[in-house]
Design a protein around this ligand. Structure first.
Ligand SMILES: [Zn+2]
Length: 351
């Protein structure tokens, strides 16, 4: 095999065009194809790199990501009504949604609890995996009578997907744009499938993909303890109300895993906004997550929230790598920004 190399500018454009064609021309009888595309893009952040190399993903991994994507969507759209689950299929409700809705009920909406119960989680993941292998995986790249095989080779069967060279590179480089396209198309599909339930509802997309911002308050006491009552960014005492902030900005990747949260002054949080934090903050963040590992793990478990430090670290590596590549600026304090230096690499490899 040839040495991997990043795709050329022309190859990157061709990739985006193909993706657009897939979303525009593909036939969608259920939302599985959207979920599959989204899951593959998500996994590229955690498992891929920027060398341009091909990437092998298992259908078990894809199924796990499927569950995480659909989980918030199987809550009744109208609070308190059992029949209010949005349809995600042109015929009978999609099998994955039916499976998940039952668990969602049993675990009272807590995916963290479900994932911590190995037998239930394993059984669900296997079921979803069967559906992934039967339904969208080997049909995704069929567009009308044409095969548009730009993501992976269509084997028509099997439990492993090998992404073509350059695919992981492109999905990492254009992740915010790609997921925006997928979520837009997915929301549009669900909107059309559910005229009675939705009527003229405008904010469907934030129901399907929005962060549950109200629930972030649960982190406050734990973070206050770990940060000894100080603001994560300026390290001065917090005297009034503080915000729970996504260290890797939510706009970049909706990373709701425990280690991504820090407590900050409202002023510090709002001036940081959707920017990546500068190297000194990144260093403080990785040191905190490494040295307070046990305390954080027990705290997150106690709060019943999901956490996965290695995955969180990989997503940070992706975010900083992309920012570096695009010569973006990072946030220092107040209105001060500066170009990201090479230092992030050393900081994250020590993490
Ligand atoms: Zn502050």
């Amino acid at each position: 095999m040839n040495e991997p190399r990043p795709p050329t500018a022309e190859e990157q454009l061709a990739f985006l065009r193909s993706l657009q064609r897939l979303l525009d021309e593909g036939s969608f009888v259920s939302s599985y194809k959207f979920a599959l595309l989204h899951a593959i893009a998500d996994l590229c952040l955690v498992r891929g790199d920027d060398s341009g190399a091909e990437l092998e993903l298992s259908t078990a991994e894809i199924a796990g990501q499927f569950v995480r994507l659909y989980w918030p969507q199987v809550a009744p759209f109208v609070a308190g009504s059992d029949s209010g689950i949005l349809s995600q299929n042109t015929g009978r409700q999609a099998a994955v949604v039916r499976e998940l809705a039952e668990r969602h009920n049993r675990y009272q909406g807590s995916l963290a609890d479900l994932e911590r119960s190995p037998s239930d989680w394993g059984a669900l993941r296997r079921k979803v995996e069967q559906t992934v292998r039967k339904m969208p995986l080997w049909k995704l790249q069929t567009v009308g009578s044409e095969r548009l095989e730009f993501l992976y080779r269509n084997l028509d069967a099997g439990g492993v997907v090998r992404l073509e060279p350059g695919v992981a590179y492109c999905l990492r480089a254009f992740y915010p744009m790609v997921t925006d396209m997928i979520e837009g198309a997915w929301s549009h599909f669900v909107q059309r499938r559910n005229p009675r339930l939705l009527g003229q509802v405008v904010d469907l997309r934030s129901f399907l993909f929005g962060s549950q911002r109200s629930s972030l308050a649960v982190y406050r006491p734990l973070l206050r303890e770990v940060q000894r009552g100080r603001c994560f960014y300026c390290e001065r005492d917090i005297r009034s109300r503080a915000d729970v902030d996504h260290f890797i900005p939510w706009r970049l990747y909706s990373l709701d895993l425990g280690h991504n949260f820090v407590l900050a002054h409202q002023g510090c949080n709002s001036s940081k906004s959707d920017l990546l934090a500068a190297e000194e903050h990144l260093e403080r963040w990785t040191v905190r997550n490494r040295t307070r590992r046990d305390e954080l793990r027990d705290g997150f478990d106690g709060l019943k929230v999901l956490h996965d430090w290695p995955a969180t670290r990989e997503i940070a590596r992706w975010a900083y790598g992309q920012a570096h590549h695009a010569r973006r600026q990072v946030w220092v304090q107040a209105k001060e920004l500066r170009p990201l230096s090479d230092g992030w690499r050393r900081i994250l490899s020590a993490a």
